[in-house]
Ligand binder design. Structure first.
Ligand SMILES: Cc1cc2nc3c(=O)[nH]c(=O)nc-3n(C[C@H](O)[C@H](O)[C@H](O)COP(=O)(O)OP(=O)(O)OC[C@H]3O[C@@H](n4cnc5c(N)ncnc54)[C@H](O)[C@@H]3O)c2cc1C
Length: 353
């Protein structure tokens, strides 16, 4: 529940509606009209407009997490925290730190990019620690700050991303080459960011003291499942956040999995079919996220204006728009299908233990 916002695209929003978590997750979120990429002086290089049927809402992460937790608990899901899983068995068992074993019809490995459990089914094909890292923070909103436009400023490999988030807060993301010691400092080294983005020095003065630094990693799997175990979310397909679509992709895949399991009599086969169906879209989103960061991050410093010219031209093409938006515009499996009402059951163990 750290201080950051999250881009929720149309596909993710549709999923949240299906889950019954949309209202709570997005209650405070800003509705975004446009995502802009700009050079360090603010000259616009690319614009990606939103429409009422191709939306982006931007809540704080904590609002999204709380909405999902509340809805799960409402439906009778038991949540155990401080409960570390040390191994998973393909036949449908997980092993806890205490040595205790739990059996299930289906086990989902959803423990993030650095998942070791993934290796319980030899899932990893490739993990790339990437060339970029970044800091996220929330700062106070002030009168005059944009309320519906995201702007992503680039200077060489440094990026300053401004996001309207709620009526009281903006979300800032700063990224830089992973080896840049000054760029990973917390509290922020304001001078570094002012050197790179002198026109934004007023904003940089308002940066928070606290933030969270992460490397931007990529994960590809050999397979997403074995027998009764499936890998999902970042554990299956972590990607750098250049399109803001990794969690949205996880939502789409989870919903497709739920639909695949609805009438499945043979879980291993249903899991394989699910991967065959979902993998091409996931690979597409991941490839575009990766290439975006790689090309921009590796671009030679002496050729900045050429980079700007290329982005300006490419950004106007349908090919580019489709490339960056295919995942965002995807209609999740089961959307619009009349689902039987879920019986809310009293939770055996409510909330956080
Ligand atoms: C800088 C940045 C910005 C991003 N912005 C966006 C965005 O705007 N939009 C978007 O769609 N995506 C975004 N993402 C990606 C998004 O954050 C991830 O895709 C998402 O958090 C993945 O969720 P997850 O549940 O798969 O994994 P995680 O969020 O990593 O959660 C994994 C959980 O598993 C737990 N865990 C780990 N190991 C074990 C174990 N052995 N036993 C029990 N529990 C365990 C962890 O404690 C953690 O709670 C961004 C990512 C970054 C780095």
């Amino acid at each position: 529940m750290f201080g950051a916002g999250i881009w929720l695209w149309e596909s993710g929003l549709k999923t949240l509606s299906m889950l019954g978590a949309f209202e709570q997750a997005t209650e405070r979120a800003r509705s975004i009209r446009e995502w802009r990429i700009a050079d360090s002086r603010g000259n616009i290089l690319m614009s990606r407009p939103m429409t009422p049927t191709d939306r982006m809402l931007l809540p704080p992460r904590a609002d999204l997490y709380q909405a999902l937790i509340d809805r799960a608990v409402e439906l009778g899901v038991q949540i155990f925290t401080s409960s570390v899983v040390t191994a998973v068995k393909p036949e449908g068992a997980l092993v806890l730190e205490s040595g205790e074993e739990r059996r299930a019809d289906l086990i989902l490995i959803a423990n993030g990019a650095y998942s070791q459990l993934r290796e319980s089914i030899l899932g990893t094909a490739w993990m790339d620690f990437g060339i970029e890292a970044g800091i996220r923070m929330l700062i106070d909103h002030q009168p005059g700050d944009p309320t519906d436009i995201i702007t992503e400023y680039w200077n060489g490999p440094w990026r300053l991303l401004f996001n309207p988030c709620t009526s009281g807060e903006n979300y800032i993301f700063l990224s830089a080459p992973v080896g840049d010691e000054r760029a990973r400092k917390l509290p922020i080294d304001r001078n570094l960011w002012k050197e790179q983005f002198p026109d934004a020095s007023g904003l940089i003065d308002r940066f928070a003291e606290a933030g969270r630094w992460d490397r931007l990693v990529n994960v590809r799997c050999r397979q997403w499942s074995q027998e009764r175990v499936a890998i999902i979310g970042d554990a299956a397909h972590a990607m750098p956040p250049n399109l803001g679509q990794a969690a949205n992709t996880a939502f789409i895949n989870v919903m497709a999995l739920a639909m695949a399991m609805k009438d499945a009599s043979d879980i291993p086969t249903a899991l394989r079919d699910w991967e065959t169906r979902q993998r091409p879209l996931t690979d597409h989103v991941q490839r575009w996220s990766y290439l975006y960061g790689f090309v921009i991050g590796k671009w030679p410093r002496g050729f900045q204006s050429l980079r700007s010219d290329i982005l300006r031209s490419l950004g106007k093409t349908e090919w580019f728009d489709e490339g960056i938006s295919r995942g965002a515009r995807h209609v999740p499996d089961g959307y619009g299908v009349e689902l039987p009402p879920v019986q809310a059951r009293p939770a055996l163990e409510r909330g956080i233990s």
